[in-house]
Design a protein around this ligand. Structure first.
Ligand code: KIV
Length: 302
């Protein structure tokens, strides 16, 4: 097995100008496949609310649910760097809340945590870093304050907006964050931010001038159930359609009795089989049909 991805590895990738490969995962099989494929980082995103739980946005997932996703991913991802995404209200209320919840993710096996916001969460970031926790910031389209952003809108589209992003990025850097994730902004805006900080800068929908690319695994696999289809989400497969087709075929085969076939049934010694069949002979009457049941019920009631 290749060696564990750490902050040193991530910084070395940047030194070599190799983009880090970053995907979301929420369960054991997906994390296993991502690890086998050699991705560098997994985000156990609060997007689980939408991808795994069918909620309309990320606000409805809590720490206890996130811990289940984090535990499943960490069990699979032995080499990959795992980032646990702090859900809504798990860090905003106080430094203490932030440290305790981030600590739960770290104790479960994460290498780092992520939280949304810049200047306004900088004290929380400092508190978590001071507790010995690696923290990634998240700027641009930050889904936990979707109301304030008036929906899923592209960010950083003006000089004023990118200057605000830089202020936020510098506040995160100053607070000790090891990296910042930029979401949904023009490539030039992401480059502008990256040029103003020294820490790692990753992007999701932020163009190529960053230190690595994050995608939502359901988007690239094609198994997201919902209406949101961001421009940056390239679909490499249609796994959802394949799953549906498999269920359709299975249902058809069960209903027409072509499944299970002999090869799906356990063999038995012929002598034992004959003995069992003999014992069953006297019970070889058909099962009670609905017609029989109706007749019996009618005669009992008459
Ligand atoms: O929860 C998540 O997957 C995220 C990405 C959208 C950046 O935060």
């Amino acid at each position: 097995m290749a060696s564990k991805v750490t902050l040193r590895t991530l910084n070395a990738l940047r030194e070599r100008q190799e983009p880090a490969v970053f995907v979301t995962a929420y369960d054991y099989p997906t994390a296993t496949f991502a690890e086998r494929a050699g991705v560098d980082m997994i985000l156990v995103g609060d997007s689980a609310a939408m991808t795994m739980m069918g909620l309309p946005n990320t606000l409805g997932v809590g720490m206890d649910e996130m811990i289940v996703f984090v535990r499943s991913v960490c069990r699979a991802a032995k080499r990959t760097f795992v980032v646990g995404d702090l859900p809504f209200l798990s860090y905003q209320p106080s430094d203490e809340t932030a440290v305790l919840n981030a600590g739960r993710f770290i104790a479960t096996g994460c290498d780092a945590v992520k939280c949304e916001g810049g200047v306004r969460v900088a004290p929380r970031v400092r508190a978590m870093v001071d507790a010995g926790i690696n923290v990634m910031g998240h700027l641009g389209l930050t889904p936990q304050n979707i109301g304030q952003l008036s929906g899923y809108r592209v960010q950083g589209k003006s000089r004023a907006a990118v200057d605000k992003l830089v202020d936020d990025a510098l506040a995160l850097q100053e607070a000790g964050a090891f990296a910042i994730l930029l979401e949904a902004m023009p490539a030039v805006a992401a480059k502008y931010v990256r040029d103003h900080v020294d820490i790692l800068v990753y992007g999701i929908g932020a163009g190529p001038h960053v230190d690595g690319q994050l995608v939502i695994s359901h988007d690239i696999l094609g198994n997201f159930v919902g209406d949101i289809a961001p421009r940056f989400a390239k679909q490499y497969a249609r796994v959802g359609a394949q799953i549906e087709e498999v269920f359709r075929t299975y249902a058809h085969e069960v209903r027409n009795a072509s499944f299970p076939a002999p090869e799906h049934c356990y063999p038995i010694d012929p002598a034992q089989e004959a003995e069992i069949r003999d014992c069953q002979l006297h019970r070889d009457t058909p099962l009670v049909t609905s017609d029989t049941l109706a007749r019996l019920t009618a005669s009992a009631l008459s």
